[in-house]
Design a binder for this molecule. Structure first.
Ligand code: G1P
Length: 276
């Protein structure tokens, strides 16, 4: 029912320099798979079949990853090595890929607005591939699609964070409808602990209704001089409804070296060894 998923992948990945000098941060491998492929697999698991990338300069490796590699595949065809291509072949069979470029870095809100041309007038998922989410049964996006079917409004994934971490996230406040579900009435982008409305931080999974595009067009630059998705979502919450969902599963902040190493160890121990 939600067919499209948007991947803003234009950011620089400065925290991983020099590794990301000529390579997109989304292509950093967690064990044997690039980060962005985990995100795409999560979207496919949630029933989505069109992956829309908002890319930028220096990001061509992502486009190439989601294409066939004729020479390589021809070379290893019929050998035991072909099995290493199983996961990416499955992804290519199940989804179509579209790309557009964000020419200037003006924030996450601007990146989402740039993706309008690929999404059009329908609800869509958003995956920030820096956040690697793992759940044995239902992926986080799949959990959110179920909720969307019930509420038909934008949904953000949240998790509790320590008070001294709120400055890294969008933070919500709202009325608890259930123990894992809030109706949002406030939202602040990267507040200091004193200004944070709660310790419920947004992580990089969203379902957005398409009216977000018009709202983003009218959203002035906010925190850091950038157009913030968080600000547009607050407008949406005030005019209608936005839900915040405490997802089931693990989330690793692969935008930081510590989180990336943690994810690598976890995937190696719990995911990779089970399938190899
Ligand atoms: C973005 C959003 C922020 C959200 C975070 C999740 O920030 O602006 O609201 O909490 O992603 O990862 P970024 O991490 O891109 O600075």
């Amino acid at each position: 029912m939600i067919e499209k998923c948007l991947f803003p992948v234009a950011g620089y990945g400065t925290r991983f320099l020099p590794a990301t000098k000529s390579m997109p941060k989304e292509m950093l491998p967690v064990v044997n798979k690039p980060l962005v492929q985990y995100g795409v697999e999560e979207a496919i698991q949630a029933g989505m079949n069109q992956m829309a990338f908002v890319t930028g300069r220096g990001k061509r490796a992502i486009t190439d990853h989601f294409d066939i590699s004729y020479e390589l595949e021809n070379q290893i065809a019929g050998t035991a090595k072909e099995e290493y291509l199983t996961s990416i072949r499955e992804v290519l069979d199940k989804a179509r890929f579209t790309m557009t470029r964000q020419r200037e870095m003006k924030g996450l809100g601007h990146a989402i607005l740039t993706g309008e041309t690929l999404i059009g007038n329908e609800p869509f998922g958003v995956v920030l591939s820096d956040d690697l989410c793992i759940n044995d049964t239902e992926g986080v996006m799949e959990q959110m699609v179920k909720l969307y079917k019930q509420f038909r409004c934008s949904i953000v994934a949240i998790q509790e964070v320590p008070a001294d971490q709120t400055h890294k996230y969008g933070v919500i406040a709202g009325e608890a409808l259930k123990e894992d579900l809030y109706r949002v009435d406030d939202m602040v982008e990267k507040p200091s602990p004193e200004d944070a409305p709660s310790n419920l931080a947004i992580i990089g999974r969203y379902i957005l209704t398409p009216d977000i595009f018009d709202i983003l067009r009218d959203t002035p630059a906010g925190k850091g001089g950038e157009i913030q998705l968080t600000d547009a979502l607050l407008t949406q919450a005030k005019n209608g409804c936005v839900m915040a969902y405490k997802f089931k599963g693990k989330r690793f902040d692969c935008g930081s070296v510590d989180g990336f190493v943690e994810a690598t160890n976890y995937v190696y121990e719990n995911v990779y060894q089970h399938i190899n």
